[in-house]
Design a protein around this ligand. Structure first.
Ligand code: GDP
Ligand code: MG
Length: 199
């Protein structure tokens, strides 16, 4: 059942999720929300695959670097450089190592406003800034500061597409269409069925 505003998102449970034994807990959060998992598999990404996943356009790279600089400014801290692109390029190199460090779980998760809902459930990229109740706040103790100090990517357990366009590109990278299943979920009937309204 596809209504207007139906979206797909790519969710990756990064190697730290698997090592921490949190696959079930994290998948459950998306299920309980009422989102629909239409594809799910375990993969051990190669460095090439990880690099393709993080091959972002310059605008997204700039955004990533700027967000990092803003986080430092908020806390009254100084980054070693003010160049957002340099920061982003550095992080990307580390990210390829992080994502290919072990098996991950890749999923396609769908629903109305799925991209925004999933980002909310995942929480802020930086666990230190995340709201309680989100995955990054509840399960991760890392921060940009400690991760940057140790020259590594911040361990935040879950990747979730940032917008619908990014989601479609990422889904094509990780899944063949035959691996994604089109089916109706009971919650869709509860939400969208006219039968439940008074006649
Ligand atoms: P996301 O979409 O919220 O996951 O974040 P981005 O796409 O901007 O960045 C990708 C990943 O890079 C994040 O999930 C983190 O693992 C890592 N990362 C992002 N920003 C920083 C940073 O400022 N420092 C460090 N060390 N890692 C970062
Ligand atoms: Mg992102």
């Amino acid at each position: 059942m596809k209504t207007k505003l139906h979206e797909r998102s790519l969710v990756l449970l990064k190697p730290d999720t698997i090592q921490r034994g949190l696959i079930g807990e994290i998948v459950a959060r998306f299920e309980k929300k009422g989102l629909k998992i239409t594809a799910l598999k375990m993969v051990w990404p190669t460095k090439e695959m990880a690099a393709k996943h993080y091959d972002l356009p310059e605008s997204a790279m700039r955004q990533l670097g700027e967000r990092t600089l803003a986080t430092y400014a908020e806390k009254g801290q100084k980054h070693r450089t003010n160049d957002p692109l340099e920061i982003a390029r550095d992080i990307m190199k580390k990210l390829v190592g992080y994502l290919s460090a072990g098996p991950i779980v890749a999923m396609v998760v769908e629903g109305v406003h799925a991209v925004a809902h999933i980002r909310k459930i995942r929480g802020a990229t930086n666990p230190l800034a995340a709201d309680m109740g989100t995955i990054t706040a509840d399960y991760a103790v890392d921060s940009y500061f400690i991760a940057d100090l140790q020259a590594r990517a911040v361990r935040n357990l879950v990747h979730a597409s940032g917008n619908v366009e990014e989601a479609e590109t990422e889904i094509k990278l990780w899944f063949r269409e035959g691996e994604i299943y089109d089916y109706d979920l009971a919650i869709e009937k509860i939400l969208y069925s006219k039968e439940w309204e008074a006649k």
